[in-house]
Design a protein around this ligand. Structure first.
Ligand SMILES: Cc1ncc(COP(=O)(O)O)c(C=O)c1O
Length: 359
């Protein structure tokens, strides 16, 4: 009997990779499953990409992405040396885990949060300790700060949290920063523009703060893959070292040009962001009318459960009606559905489908 040899290294064999939300190949689905922005990016983005495509594609891009970093810095009130950019914030997060969290003590994170964090930790063999959220899926910042003060390898939190949408006040973030001044506190602000409180103003006072953001959500650029981290230059230098030991040109010319143009169109950003927030607030009321319990969201999605309907069955019934939402088959949140905020028309289609299903 022949056996097939495994060429995999043991750590890869033991990995449980992140499972991204479905990107269906079927047209005309109401796609509310991966927290994309339902609106297109600013028209200026397409012009900038067109222009960049017409010149210089035969040349490598700027490995340091100086122009984009300066554009982000200007928007965030920072210096270019305080900004790192990557191919989506997922890549930025991966580099940050590699750069800061390979420590003797465990990395702390909530037990309900963005599930990619645990994958990065596994990938880099970083021990994690999960801080339980309460019944309402809220994180107790004081308990986490007390645990951190006893010694840890760092803290990672999403604010607003994913997949709950619940935001944490800046005063709580500050307590975490003070609790472990020798370790990095990474605050993932992927959804902050939809109503959260950003920790960017704390960077000047806290050398251990790294804020990660993305253009995928509030700037409608999920397809372009641009994320960034902000922090004092010493942290950014570490990220540059990882990047330059991995892929020195993570952002291509088109992505950099498109991102700069998106950041420059503040009016488009505000208009689309406000539309998403407004639709979220309207959808919350409609879902409440249908009997759903909805966690207070500061993000571009809502996390909901129905007291008398199973989440898996609801997701399947919605899919049968061409509406995609996200279910996580994970402890503590298996009875919830995460619904991304679409256009007003898409959210009406969702509500109509739910009304039929619950009838
Ligand atoms: C909390 C959180 N962080 C980071 C990301 C990654 O975003 P991107 O890689 O598109 O920048 C996501 C994506 O859904 C997310 O939910």
């Amino acid at each position: 009997m022949s056996t097939v040899p495994s060429f995999w290294s043991p750590r890869i064999a033991a990995l449980e990779p992140y499972v991204p939300g479905e990107q269906p190949r079927i047209a005309n689905l109401v796609k509310l499953n991966t927290n994309e922005n339902p609106y297109p990016p600013s028209p200026r983005v397409l012009d900038a990409i067109q222009e960049a495509a017409e010149k210089g594609l035969e040349r490598y891009p700027d490995p340091e992405s100086v122009a984009l970093r300066e554009a982000i810095a200007a928007r965030c009130g920072l210096h270019g040396t305080q900004v790192f950019v990557g191919n989506g914030s997922d890549e930025v997060l991966a580099h940050a885990f590699f750069a800061f969290f390979q420590q003797a003590e465990p990395l702390l994170m909530p037990d309900v949060t963005y599930s990619f964090y645990r994958v990065y930790a596994q990938l880099y063999a970083i021990a994690c300790e999960l801080q339980p959220v309460d019944e309402g899926l809220r994180l107790d910042a004081d308990a986490l700060a007390a645990r951190a003060a006893a010694g840890c390898g760092g803290i990672v939190i999403a604010n607003p949290n994913a997949p709950t949408g619940i935001g944490m006040p800046l005063a709580c973030i500050e307590r975490l920063l003070q609790a472990c001044p020798q370790r990095v506190v990474l605050v993932d602000e992927a959804y902050v523009d939809f109503g959260g409180e950003s920790a960017l103003p704390l960077i000047a006072r806290y050398p251990n703060l790294l804020v990660v953001q993305t253009l995928s959500k509030s700037h409608s650029l999920a397809g372009l893959r641009v994320g960034f981290a902000c922090g004092q230059a010493q942290l950014i230098d570490a990220l540059q070292r990882v990047k330059n030991s991995f892929n020195s040109y993570p952002l291509d010319r088109l992505a950099a040009a498109g991102a700069i143009a998106a950041l420059a169109d503040e009016a488009w950003f505000s208009k689309t962001r406000d539309a998403v927030i407004d639709t979220r607030d309207g959808l919350t009321l409609q879902l409440e009318d249908l009997g759903f319990e909805i966690l207070p969201s500061q993000a571009n999605f809502v996390f909901v459960r129905h007291p008398s309907h199973d989440a898996v069955a609801l997701a399947a019934a919605l899919r049968a009606r061409a509406v995609l939402v996200r279910h996580f088959n994970q402890p503590r949140i298996a009875e919830y559905l995460r619904i991304s905020i679409g256009t007003r028309e898409q959210c009406s289609a969702l509500v109509d489908a739910l009304a039929q299903i619950l009838d």
